[in-house]
Design a binder for this molecule. Structure first.
Ligand SMILES: Nc1nc2c(ncn2[C@@H]2O[C@H](COP(=O)(O)OP(=O)(O)OP(=O)(O)O)[C@@H](O)[C@H]2O)c(=O)[nH]1
Ligand SMILES: [Mg+2]
Length: 368
């Protein structure tokens, strides 16, 4: 997957964020941004945080801070900066003028990773849709920023050389993408109907990115889904049959991971893919129990589910990667939204018997 990136030297970026209240939260968010950059094949030089009530509408960080940042960019020979929030066209334009470098935001970075990881036709269309919508709303700002240092992170995926393309052409492309996605979505709907008419309940594996969802699917079925220590390793849903030790059958679906500040365009574009979770009979929520930001991840997962209109389903939460926690840990691992919680190490295969029990016990309407 990453070989696309390794041919040229790694691009180096300074990560820029704003601490509105909680400085620790801002740093933890920048740590995640750094993981995203790593997944995209770039390298983070250091983090630069400004404490302020709100982002500056004109320049994101304050003008004075931006001057300070300009010196650091020169000193460290950075290839650009990445801001931890989605920037407005004006912010991108002004910042690239002041800093005289490439200005990227969290949304562009995530879209870039999705563009590199999309495998299926549908996944590619969905990512392009999100990219075109972003471009449409940022035409002015992007023209200035990306023309400064063409190519590299933030410019991959279809149509990157067409930034000058006028609105109308982008709109026409969006309409055409819409048609194609709807067509695929109808086909998916038909497949789903055939499944729903069957007698096998469907469990969707959902959760924060990198929690171990694909590893779980691979462990429970013969699927050989790509699982890696990268963010957004999975974009396309895979469904496989799984038979529990008591003979109960399930259809298991692996889904795209969630993340903090997931771009809205992407949620919209992936709505049809995520419908796999919407029509599931039960959700298996995988959490990386060893991540210090675990509780925040859980909150974001439920916020995203609500935004997608996925509510009121039975939920089994799997606190995964227990092998990474010290044996004498005394942290409380609990998910108040779940009907049951189990502790597991999917990698080592521990705790799976408890998951089977929870699945066998789950009362799923229409199947028992
Ligand atoms: N230590 C440990 N690592 C695990 C465990 N389960 C999964 N992992 C690792 O966590 C990383 C992410 O696993 P994936 O299964 O790709 O995670 P995912 O939730 O599908 O991630 P995305 O598709 O990127 O959203 C991989 O490197 C796995 O080997 C576990 O129980 N213990
Ligand atoms: Mg995955």
């Amino acid at each position: 997957m990453s070989e696309k990136y390794t041919e040229q030297e790694k691009e180096k970026y300074i990560l820029v964020g704003i601490a509105e209240k909680d400085e620790e939260e801002a740093y933890s968010s920048l740590d995640e941004l750094s993981d995203l950059l790593d997944t995209a094949g770039g390298e983070a030089l250091f983090q630069f945080i400004q404490k302020r009530q709100h982002p500056d509408p004109a320049t994101y960080i304050g003008k004075g801070k931006a001057e300070e940042l300009r010196e650091l960019i020169d000193m460290h020979e950075a290839d650009g900066i990445i801001c931890d929030d989605e920037l407005s066209p004006a912010q991108i334009r002004n910042l690239s003028q002041i800093l005289d470098t490439k200005v990227i935001d969290r949304t562009i970075l995530i879209l870039d990773i999705f563009a590199a990881h999309a495998m299926t036709n549908e996944g590619k269309l969905q990512v392009e849709m999100a990219q075109q919508k972003y471009r449409l709303s940022h035409l002015q700002g992007l023209g200035v920023s990306l023309s400064r240092q063409g190519g590299g992170i933030g410019t991959r995926g279809p149509g990157e050389t067409k930034l000058e393309t006028d609105r109308r052409r982008i709109k026409t492309r969006i309409a055409s993408l819409n048609n194609q996605i709807q067509h695929l979505s109808r086909m998916r709907e038909n497949t789903r109907k055939r499944r729903v008419n069957g007698t096998t309940p469907i469990a969707a594996i959902i959760g924060y990115t990198n929690a171990g969802k694909s590893t779980l699917l691979n462990r429970l079925t013969e699927a050989e889904v790509y699982a890696d220590d990268k963010l957004f390793a999975t974009l396309d849903p895979t469904t496989r049959k799984c038979r529990l030790p008591d003979g109960t059958q399930y259809l298991l679906t692996d889904t795209v991971g969630f993340i903090n500040k997931l771009p809205h365009n992407l949620i919209d574009a992936f709505r049809s893919t995520l419908e796999e979770a919407k029509y599931a009979d039960i959700l298996i929520h995988v959490v990386d129990a060893s991540d210090p930001a675990r509780d925040m991840h859980i909150k974001i997962v439920y916020d995203t589910l609500r935004e997608l209109g996925i509510e009121g389903k039975p939920i089994v939460t799997v606190f995964n990667k227990m092998d990474k926690l010290p044996a004498d840990h005394n942290e409380k691992l609990y998910d108040t939204h779940a009907d049951s919680c189990i502790l597991a190490s999917v990698k080592n295969g521990t705790g799976l018997d408890k998951l089977f029990e929870a699945l066998a016990d789950a009362t799923i309407e229409g199947y028992r």
